[in-house]
Design a protein around this ligand. Structure first.
Ligand code: KG4
Ligand code: ZN
Length: 335
């Protein structure tokens, strides 16, 4: 049987990325052009700047992905592209590039939900055994997603306000750390005492929903009050306490959902999945849950990339999904 080759394209935020995936599981190339340096001085992603960078980079990134995989457009079975959610101007660059090459070379096109991509990054590590549960923690999303069969997603809980990554980035900003703040808080937290600063945990009992804005405000108020009293709080202690508060809620709800839905696997997904503290806490929590396998992708597959879009695109393609030339970037796309 001939190998299935899929070109994945991702431009939903501040990474221009393309990858070639073989049989849904093997990475032949995975090119990511990051724009972080351009957005850093603004303390966050500037949509207009993101779009301009995508326009400049997309052709080069596509060519490099094909060259590194040693394939041509004519070898491809499908082109998978992030359709949404994300920044509309950023999404449009990837979607239009995908449409152009799909049309020119007569290749089927498959629109992919960005979060489906983050979830299927795990299939690049290990074959998925259904039903699976995914804890999705990124800059824009925090959700528990049940995947009962390939390509079918059911959100059983989600954040009611800030996403976990968003809370990390805002807390980091308060501590005058560079954007994106998640990795900096993570590093600081390793040196601090997680029990030193009392912070709230939004348990939202009897629900798999999350809330992080109260915690974020508590961190900001704690700093502010200390400043007014002329006291200093060790940034590492504050970072560690904040991180512990986030992790406690994420781990407890994930374990509870694992038991309620009796899943075979738990898949960690999204940029915050790169967090050392979260990876460690989840690993420890699942040591005693032998009937469920925990999969944690390597750091390079946690943050935005196109290999994950190719992996998800492969599953959707096998399911028969085909997107027409009318496909557009959809910033509010539902999973
Ligand atoms: O998935 P992603 O690359 O982009 C979105 O789809 O949002 O996630 C980016 C988010 C940012 O908020 C960033 O601060 C966070 O992931 N992040 C981390 C870590 N690495 C990235 N948060 C906590 N700890 C980390 N090590
Ligand atoms: Zn993402």
């Amino acid at each position: 049987k001939k190998d299935q080759l899929i070109l994945g394209i991702e431009t939903s935020c501040d990474e221009t990325a393309a990858a070639v995936i073989k049989n849904g599981t093997d990475i032949l190339s995975n090119i990511v052009a990051s724009q972080i340096e351009s957005h850093k001085r603004f303390g966050g992603v500037v949509p207009e700047i993101a779009s301009r960078h995508h326009v400049e980079q997309i052709t080069l990134v596509l060519e490099e992905a094909l060259r590194e995989a040693n394939v041509t457009y004519d070898d491809l079975d499908a082109i998978a592209v992030t359709e949404g959610p994300g920044l509309v101007g950023a999404l449009l660059i990837g979607v239009n590039a995908a449409k152009a090459v799909a049309f020119a070379h007569n290749i089927p096109l498959v629109g992919v939900h960005h979060i489906a991509g983050h979830i299927y990054a795990n299939r690049l590590i290990k074959e998925i055994e259904y039903p699976a549960l995914s804890l999705v923690v990124s800059g824009g999303h925090t959700e528990l997603v049940l995947i009962e069969r390939p390509g079918h997603f059911k959100v059983i809980g989600e954040t009611r306000d800030d996403a976990a990554g968003e809370a990390y980035d805002k807390v980091a900003r308060t501590l005058h750390l560079p954007y994106p703040g998640g990795p900096h808080i993570d590093r600081l937290a390793q040196e601090g005492d997680p029990t030193s600063v009392p912070l709230p945990r939004a348990w939202l009992e009897d629900s798999y929903d999350f809330s992080f804005s109260g915690l974020k405000s508590a961190v900001i108020n704690t700093l502010h009050n200390a400043e007014q009293r002329g006291e200093t709080i060790e940034p590492a202690d504050l970072a560690a306490s904040f991180q512990q508060s986030v992790i406690d809620v994420l781990v407890k709800k994930t374990v509870k959902a694992t038991q309620e839905y009796d899943v075979n696997q738990v898949l960690l997904a999204g940029g915050v999945a790169a967090n050392k503290g979260l990876r460690k806490a989840l690993t420890e929590a699942f040591e005693s849950i032998t009937e469920t396998e925990l999969i944690i992708p390597p750091l390079s597959l946690c943050t935005d990339n196109a290999a994950m879009i190719g992996a998800a695109g492969s599953v959707l393609f096998e399911n028969g999904k085909r997107s027409g030339m009318a496909m557009n970037g959809n910033p509010g796309l539902d999973i």
